[in-house]
Design a protein around this ligand. Sequence first.
Ligand SMILES: O=C(O)CCc1cccc(O)c1
Length: 383
Amino acid sequence: MNRILVAGAGPVGLTAALALARRGFAVTVCESGDALAAESRASTFHPPTLEMLDDLGVGGELHERGLLSPRFAYRDRREGLIAMLDLAVLGDDTRFPYRLQCEQSKLTPILLDHLLRYPGCGIEFGFHVAEVAQDGGVTVTSADGRTVHGDWLIGADGAHSSTRRATGVTFDGITYPERFLVASVDEELLDWLDDLASVNYVFDPVEWCVLLRTPDHWRVLLPTPSETPDEQEYERLGSRLRGVFDPGRPWRVAHAGMYRVHQRVATSFRTGRVLLAGDAAHVNNPLGGLGMNSGIHDAVAYAAAIATGDDAAIWAAATDRRRIALEYVQSVSHQNYERLRATDPDARAAHLDGLRAVAADPARSRESLLRSSMIASLRPVPA
Ligand SMILES: O=C(O)CCc1cccc(O)c1
């Protein structure tokens, strides 16, 4: 039995592992943590990702844990609701015409549980990738001296990927000037505004934001200056949240975190018998929910290519996934960011009018949703 190594037990690594296990490969997953990560940034599953996970046999369990969200909204802080887009118009394009809101940390235990049902498949926790040697196959050595050997290594070990570093691949791109502060709140925002969708992009030239619902919490994303002390930002969070809506009492914040946001793509997704996937290969801002989804698409494409045993097919998959990262994921996520924060009044007004027109026309809605749902990044779509 051929063995494939996967670095990283996040949603991307475990999807790759399960897709390979189902194709008859033995798989060893090397995870640096002592358990699956509980923290969760990504929380939206787009239709093609739901198709892929369903094909892997985990769609039912994921749906049990998530919120079906057929609609998402564009709002303006001053003008209120601008446009509500309904993925139901994609009914002929996908068997899942909605987003599923669900924290990624709810998916990973399901994937691992399925993986461990396959003979020869397992996970090594506490395995920090220290060395990657290519010797016909790939031998990976951990910081504490363990070694594993396989035919291929898929590096899905995150933005700070040890696999990427070990193969010497550079990670070019930019860092945004502001940090993103995400507050999870113990409030039911629908008690205050009943025209909210599960995901709401709120335009504002001074302080744009995103309001999104997960099974556990509503989350509020606020752009935050780069250099201010963290304590100062957490102290003023309450007043910033009241600026979003004022319920006449303090918001209850369950937890909050701040992070820097990058747009970067690895110079190559393949080095010899090592493939990079997910955040190890490309990172982008979270606007549009493209990061985890495109990583899962990488994983499924790599598993299919490895199963062919054809080196040219594996090169083609790595090249194609890099093209999609550059031409689609980087470009759409950056455009989402620029539009939310646009300051020019004419450009803002034209964009909001454009969104109203799209929402009012089912054919234009479908065209726009084929792109934002990522379907158009993966397959040709009939007119
Ligand atoms: O656009 C989306 O669907 C996700 C946006 C987002 C923003 C901030 C945090 C987060 O978990 C998701």
